[in-house]
Design a protein. Structure first.
Length: 479
């Protein structure tokens, strides 16, 4: 079959400021939570040195790929690929270095103004995330979003940049992959989502209480920002951003099916509140059952109800399968009862490759919410060795992207899902979020740099660069 993508479909690429900009302490920028994350590897956790930068340790986000100084040249490569949009984030600590200042850092505001103007000049619609793991470290030391005051600081930051760029940016996302922190046992997720610094002395219930409080405060903050954004420019389209990992029952055993259903609530919870504007009964029951006391101010529920999103954006990389019988074997990694799905392959980092799962997610989200959906992250991390000219024949990446784009097309054509666009994650090689590696490469543009920051940082086009250029030029007909 021939799939037709809408004529205004937004093809593009996606990155985050902390993974590519570098210049971590230039032009008035303050330290962010990712600036104190050390480099790790597959099976080696990134260390959080929350007291500050420790001499002698490797902090990959300090370097990124130096996009702060090379954005015009890099943007020209994105333009050559034919991007209709480009998703990035605004580094919060570049605008408010500590987070609690009364006035913003003008140098930071000027940088993003020039950046977004460059996107526009090159025919790319900016898609901008407000909070993508870049909270000022100072605010994390105050408790992050578990501290009610941080709502006001985030609102000031968001209001400042929305007002400044009201004529340059239409698409805004509030919090990136906010549902990752439901894996509360994995310290990096509550830390990067909410600025909650790990406390080795706190018991499990105390840690989870702090995370739940932060989540409530983030719902209030997001709703306030949605309302303010629509006041600044009624044409703004403001969405949430969910990490979507469909969870399948390992068998048709009803216990497996119910186990998967309950675990999926951790994924859907955030969409349920962002779209419906109310807390679902299953969450209220859970808080009561598990003894969590969420502090709410008068009017919080009205704010959440009034600040629902215009669309849903998602990341999609993999699916998971779970067995109710394996829950007792849970070792704190992955999901309780998670098992290998024998029907699909996995990447070198253990991420299970499931293109059909993307169509399944798009259908499920649209049936549940009835909102347009934007696929703002999809891609594959690979080990790669370029030839002498810096060229990489990344056929496996092409196969991965092709199979996933085909499923997006089916969701649009066959299932009637209104998909706004599709942006490849790490369209240029960047620092990996989970491991801090450069060798885990997602890009269609190779960057000559290693995990320790050595290299020329020269950019070269991979085989997928030319393939994706043809996909965009044909509006998805030529895969």
């Amino acid at each position: 079959m021939t799939m037709r993508f809408p004529d205004d479909f937004l093809w593009g690429g996606a990155v985050a400021a902390h993974q590519l900009e570098g210049a971590w302490n230039e032009d008035g920028r303050g330290p962010s939570i990712c600036d104190v994350l050390t480099g790790g590897a597959h099976g080696v956790k990134r260390e959080i040195t929350a007291d500050g930068v420790v001499p002698g340790l490797n902090y990959p986000n300090h370097r990124g790929i130096d996009y702060y100084h090379t954005f015009r040249e890099d943007d020209a490569l994105f333009q050559e690929m034919g991007f209709k949009c480009f998703r990035t984030s605004i580094s919060w600590s570049r605008i408010f270095p500590n987070g609690d200042e009364e006035q913003p850092n003008e140098e930071g505001l000027k940088f993003y103004e020039e950046l977004f103007k460059d996107y526009r000049a090159k025919g790319m619609e900016p898609v901008v995330t407000l909070s993508h793991f870049e909270m000022p470290l100072h605010l994390a030391k105050m408790g992050g979003f578990s501290n009610r005051k941080v709502i006001d600081y985030f609102f000031r930051f968001a209001s400042t940049v929305m007002e400044r760029y009201k004529d340059l940016v239409t698409y805004w996302l509030t919090f990136n992959e906010i549902n990752n922190q439901m894996e509360m046992h994995t310290e990096i997720f509550p830390y990067t989502d909410s600025g909650i610094i790990p406390d080795p002395h706190a018991d499990k219930h105390t840690v989870e209480q702090r995370i739940w409080q932060a989540i409530h405060n983030e719902f209030v903050a997001s709703a306030l920002v949605v309302q303010r954004g629509h006041q600044i420019n009624p044409a703004f389209r403001i969405g949430c951003m969910l990490a979507m990992v469909p969870i399948y029952p390992a068998t048709c055993n009803p216990n497996d099916v119910m186990h998967a259903e309950i675990l999926m609530r951790d994924r859907y919870l955030f969409g349920d509140v962002y779209v419906h504007g109310t807390y679902p009964e299953y969450l209220l029951n859970r808080w009561d059952r598990e003894g969590f006391d969420i502090k709410m101010e008068p009017g919080d529920t009205d704010i959440i109800q009034a600040g629902t999103v215009d669309f849903i954006s998602i990341s999609y990389y993999m699916s998971a399968a779970v067995s109710a019988e394996k829950v007792d074997e849970f070792d704190g990694h992955g999901l309780p009862g998670q098992v290998r799905n024998p029907y699909i392959k996995a990447t070198d980092w253990g991420w299970q490759i499931d293109p059909v799962g993307l169509r399944y997610v798009l259908c499920s989200l649209y049936e549940r919410y009835g909102k347009p959906i934007f696929v703002v992250e999809n891609g594959i991390g690979m080990y790669e060795t370029p030839d002498a000219d810096g060229y990489v024949a990344d056929d496996a990446r092409i196969a991965y992207l092709k199979s996933h784009i085909e499923q997006v097309g089916k969701a649009i054509d066959l299932d009637g899902v209104p998909v706004i666009g599709y942006t490849v994650w790490g369209c240029i090689d960047v620092i990996s979020f989970g491991t801090g590696e450069m060798k885990k490469r997602y890009g269609m543009i190779y960057v000559d740099a290693d995990d320790e920051g050595n290299g020329s940082y020269r950019r070269t086009r991979k085989k997928s660069f030319y393939w994706y250029r043809d996909v965009i030029a044909s509006n998805g007909e030529k895969l």
